[in-house]
Write a protein that binds this ligand. Structure first.
Ligand SMILES: [Zn+2]
Ligand SMILES: [Zn+2]
Length: 267
């Protein structure tokens, strides 16, 4: 699998909108590792994860072909991940399509929001169930429960293809026991996980600061989900949590590294 991190910012992005950004906006240009759009990723150019408010900028910056996105998977309905209005451009009258050229996979909340917004539009939506593996083309995908956005089922995603396993765990919080139980039977070859609060723990339990991520990684090591050779990259960074350079230094002892917009790697 080839993974592209298209966006690695938290909900307010970096430079943060409408607030005094901790990282000076005058030092941030497009392409700099401190320029973070809202969280999204792409697997092998064909599985799009989340469709947030920065989708168009991500298409432009990465020379993407959205017609290649056969599948769009939504993790949850928070607006940094789910911009329902973008879906309308997949169909007539914005183009000649009678049917959207992709299948949508989502939890019940997102499915309901799409169907409420577009009651007569022929979107194909597959409702995903926690801990139930589904086949998406050549991939097996299993959603696991995050502790985030409750009572909505925020889903973190486990992908398997050709014997390789990749975890895309944005907006996790501290996982509930059922997720830990599931992960004890999984061995990741690579993982992306949120570190929203970085060096500044906000106290909010729906996201992770680095001190909490370190505990998560320790427990994952103990149960065998990752080992010292497993690449771990982070995403969903808030400006409060530190600059890319600060995060590299802070994460070095723990065997993980901050992701950045445009980061591409193979699993
Ligand atoms: Zn988010
Ligand atoms: Zn969220």
């Amino acid at each position: 699998m080839t993974i592209q991190l298209l966006g690695t910012g938290a909900a307010d992005g970096i430079p943060a909108i409408f607030t005094e950004c901790r990282i000076d906006p005058r030092t941030i240009s497009v392409g700099s590792k401190d320029c973070r759009t809202r969280a999204a990723a792409l697997i092998d150019g064909c599985i799009k994860i989340d469709l947030g408010p920065d989708t168009m900028a991500q298409i432009q910056q990465n020379q993407l072909c959205p017609c290649d996105w056969d599948n769009i998977i939504f993790t949850h309905s928070h607006e940094d991940h789910f911009t329902v209005s973008e879906l309308q451009y997949a169909l007539y009258p914005f183009n000649p399509n009678e049917y959207a050229p992709f299948t949508i996979y989502s939890n019940p909340t997102v499915k309901w929001l799409i169907e409420s917004r577009y009651p007569d539009w022929p979107f194909e939506i597959v409702q995903t169930k926690l801990f139930e593996t589904i086949q998406i083309g050549n991939y097996q995908m299993t959603p696991v429960r995050a502790k985030h956005a409750e009572p909505e089922e925020c889903q973190n995603l486990v992908f398997v293809k050709d014997g390789r396993t990749f975890g895309y765990m944005t907006d996790t919080g501290w996982w509930p026991d059922e997720t830990w139980d599931y992960l004890s039977g999984v061995k990741f070859d690579s993982m992306v996980i949120e570190c929203t609060d970085g060096l500044k723990d906000s106290g909010y339990d729906g996201h992770l600061a680095l001190c909490e991520l370190v505990e998560v990684l320790e427990r994952m090591h103990k149960i065998g989900t990752i080992d010292a050779a497993t690449p771990v990259m982070t995403t969903h960074h808030s400006h409060y949590g530190g600059s890319h350079a600060e995060l590299i230094e802070a994460m070095r002892p723990y065997g993980c590294q901050p992701g950045y917009d445009g980061m591409t790697f193979s699993v």
